[in-house]
Design a protein around this ligand. Structure first.
Ligand SMILES: Nc1ncnc2c1ncn2[C@@H]1O[C@H](COP(=O)(O)OP(=O)(O)OP(=O)(O)O)[C@@H](O)[C@H]1O
Ligand SMILES: [Zn+2]
Length: 482
């Protein structure tokens, strides 16, 4: 066994020579205090660490320590004291299928071993990303999440298990990763990433993966990475589509360069409302791991200044060029105004740094009824028109057969209003009751209908507070919850 490993090692040394130049360039990730892969580090002069152009470029402040020209020590540009300079025979064997790649080689594998990667969000994206990074042999992997595993996570958050429902996600994922690769130092950060915690946590890592699901955290991570001069691999997945890009790398744009202000609330949909096919975050999370490995090992072209868009309907990848770093950017621009972390929930108009549904309170009490009141209404048989404003696909899960289904997005169309007024007339009623899954869209529906039915001032429009979820909880627990 030892002989075969040694033979393999000899072959690998040959491969190493072919990637010696790459390895020199890689020294930046390992040695820089900030851990950023930058123009200064990767550009023209790995040995000297020349300054990058542009005062606020992500490259600034990166100290290149390695003597990049010294490639004689097994191809590793690190000094002899470097803990990453050696791979055990077991490690050589374990990673042999990837380290015989000329693009990676022994030097690249050592860089992976020396790297410290933080995965923020141990959900749909974070699970596959962390799994591949761990399997690939990163030295230190941080997992950060505040939430616990739920059954609705399991179709896509593949590190979690039925037994670990209710367990903190970072701990659950860490357990899976440790059994996958015990050589990786897995760190658990069981906390909410916010302005108070972000810089401290990030300080312990070279490269960050944004695997979260909300806009406030995206801005927070972006700013924290710009301020800490670290690249950020950003992924997103919804329904059958996914997106991927790398921010703050080699003078490329940051998230704020592209989105100086947060998108309007109503344009943001999460997996819980919009749905997601489990394999889509699997694909995007895996690609996040690929980008991270590439940046650590200096392979190929990281996806900086470009956005990869994956369309699962046609199984088609497209790459879109993004606008470059903006000199006017508030955080990475020439004269930054964001020089420390701010209140990102406030910046995002009060939208919480989680995708958990917050209960809306849009209606006055006379326009709301509880599920108990609605069950009483049904018992009395009082005529009314129940409008279920969910999407058609949801009707097959559960609902009331006597409801009129008009999705919220179609509620103000003239034909929808006609259908409701016709139903009111047919039932000799002046009462419309709106219903949805959890009681937020039903409130929006009431507001829309009050406007659409303004000519029928005598019609009372109400919603069922808490929707079908509350109905299942308090009235009929044979109704499925989703
Ligand atoms: N600021 C934050 N700090 C820590 N973890 C965060 C933060 N923002 C988001 N996350 C985590 O990122 C993960 C995102 O993953 P994903 O959207 O797949 O999961 P989810 O929120 O569990 O899904 P669902 O929408 O079905 O409830 C979640 O586990 C969430 O807890
Ligand atoms: Zn920017």
């Amino acid at each position: 066994m030892t002989d075969s490993v040694e033979a393999l090692q000899a072959a690998l040394q040959q491969k190493e020579r072919e990637v010696a130049e790459l390895r020199c360039r890689l020294s930046a990730v390992h040695h820089s205090a900030a851990g950023a892969v930058s123009d200064a580090a990767l550009g023209s002069d790995a040995a000297g660490g020349s300054d990058a152009a542009g005062g606020s470029d992500a490259a600034d402040g990166v100290t290149v320590v390695a003597s990049g020209s010294d490639t004689s020590t097994q191809g590793c540009p690190h000094s002899g004291s470097c803990s990453a300079a050696t791979l055990s025979h077991g490690e050589v064997l374990r990673y042999s299928r990837q380290l015989i790649l000329p693009e990676l080689g022994m030097g690249g594998q050592r860089l992976l071993k020396a790297s410290r990667v933080l995965v923020v969000g141990a959900g749909g994206l974070g699970c596959p990303a962390a799994q591949y990074l761990t399997a690939a042999g990163v030295g230190t992997l941080g997992l950060l999440d505040y939430d616990v595993v739920e059954s609705t996570n399991l179709h896509r958050q593949i590190l979690h298990t039925e037994e670990r429902i209710g367990v903190h996600k970072a701990k659950s994922a860490a357990a899976a990763l440790r059994s996958l690769n015990s050589q990786v130092d897995v760190h658990v950060h069981d906390l909410v990433l916010d302005s108070g915690t972000a810089l401290d946590v990030i300080a312990g890592y070279d490269l960050i993966l944004d695997c979260t699901d909300n806009v406030a955290t995206r801005y927070l991570l972006n700013d924290a990475c710009v301020l800490s001069k670290k690249p950020l691999v950003s992924g997103a997945a919804l329904r059958l589509e996914g997106q991927l890009t790398v921010y703050n790398f080699k003078g490329g744009p940051c998230y704020r360069c592209l989105f100086p202000s947060p998108p309007p609330h109503e344009t943001v949909t999460n997996c819980s409302d919009g749905g997601v096919l489990g394999v889509i975050p699997g694909i995007i999370g895996s690609l996040q791991a690929l980008e991270a490995i590439k940046m650590i090992a200096g392979i190929g072209e990281p996806l900086s200044g470009k956005l990869l868009v994956f369309d699962g309907y046609s199984t088609c990848f497209r790459t879109v060029k993004l606008r470059p770093r903006q000199p006017s950017c508030a955080v990475c621009g020439d004269v930054p105004t964001v020089t420390r972390l701010v209140d990102y929930v406030q910046f995002c108009g009060g939208r919480p740094a989680s995708d958990k549904d917050s209960d809306l309170h849009l209606l006055s009490p006379e326009h709301r009824m509880s599920v108990i009141e609605y069950s009483e209404l049904l018992k009395t048989g009082e005529p009314h028109v129940l409008v279920d404003v969910r999407e058609p696909v949801e009707l097959s899960i559960c609902g009331f057969s006597h409801a009129l289904n008009i999705p919220l997005r179609e509620l103000d169309k003239p034909e929808s209003v006609s259908a409701i007024t016709a139903a009111l007339e047919a039932r000799a009623s002046a009462r419309v009751v709106c219903l949805c899954r959890r009681g937020n869209d039903s409130q929006r529906a009431v507001l829309k209908l009050k406007v659409a039915l303004k000519d029928s001032t005598e019609v009372l429009v109400q919603d069922v507070a808490g929707g079908l979820t509350r109905w299942a909880e308090l009235v009929d627990n044979s109704m499925p919850v989703y």
